[in-house]
Design a protein around this ligand. Structure first.
Ligand code: C5P
Length: 244
């Protein structure tokens, strides 16, 4: 179970320099399954940072949350695959046609090149949003209704899963079934600092609730011994996987 658990742990590479990213990748590539590269690091370092991670034997979740016209998102998704990203994502609020275009273009590229298809994820409603945020942009439905609705739309469009808070796992599982990946940030080991995360779950509880991947940053990066922290998280995940 330890190897299965390791592959489900995504380390959030929330740093702003290539050297720092390289430090973490060299330290953790054998301890975690993937490294999440977000907008800050990618804007700073570009594709080079993805090449570096893959060169060190790591896998990449390219967290750029595309949201644009269908053709643009489809072509960007293909470029993420060409870069070698194992996971990439779009905003479900971009709509069915946009998500279908991404899925179709990635499939066309896979058929033509034999490349490994990435897991295409949709972001439903950002966890920084509230019902007020939605009302201000003209969405009168509550978040509790929008999240499963957008998750279902993503699944129907052929997306492979969603990014969601741990509290949303049960709702999404019920709406989308077992073969739909759920990736959750907002995970904190019992002894770790909560930081700015509001609705948290422990790694074991998130896996027990049905999460497929956990995104964890500061509880590892700010630990006195980051390698030991990653190992402890994987062990906790493995325990929960064994009894799932
Ligand atoms: O350090 P921490 O474990 O809080 O990092 C979590 C990562 O997941 C960060 O990269 C953060 O931006 C991301 N994230 C999140 N909550 C969301 C979506 C993404 O914390 N709803």
């Amino acid at each position: 179970m330890t190897e299965a658990a390791r592959q489900k742990l995504i380390f959030a590479l929330d740093v702003d320099s290539f050297a720092e990213a390289e430090h973490w990748v060299k330290l953790l590539h054998a301890k975690v399954g993937l490294f999440k590269v977000g907008k800050q690091l990618f804007t700073r370092c570009g594709p080079e940072v993805v090449h570096m991670i893959r060169g060190e034997g790591g896998e990449v979740f390219l967290d750029l949350k595309y949201h644009d016209i269908p053709n643009t998102v489809a072509m960007a998704s293909v470029e993420a695959m060409r870069l070698g990203a194992r996971i990439c994502n779009v905003h479900a609020l971009g709509g069915r046609e946009m998500m279908e275009a991404a899925v179709a273009q990635v499939r066309t590229e896979v058929a033509a090149t034999g490349a490994t298809p990435p897991l295409l994820l949709a972001v439903t409603i950002l966890t920084s949003s509230t019902d007020v945020t939605l009302r201000e942009i003209g969405i009168d439905r509550p978040i509790s209704e929008m999240v499963p609705r957008l998750a279902k739309l993503a699944r129907d469009a052929g997306m492979g899963g969603v990014v969601a808070s741990p509290q949303e796992i049960a709702l999404i599982r019920a709406a989308c079934g077992p073969d739909f990946a759920i990736v959750t940030p907002g995970v904190r080991p019992a002894e770790a600092s909560v930081d700015d995360q509001k609705r948290i779950m422990t790694p074991g509880a998130a896996i027990a609730a049905g999460a497929d991947y956990l995104v964890i940053g500061r509880p590892i990066a700010r630990a006195a011994d980051p390698v030991a922290a990653a190992e402890a998280i994987v062990a906790e995940m493995a325990g929960a996987l064994a009894s799932r």
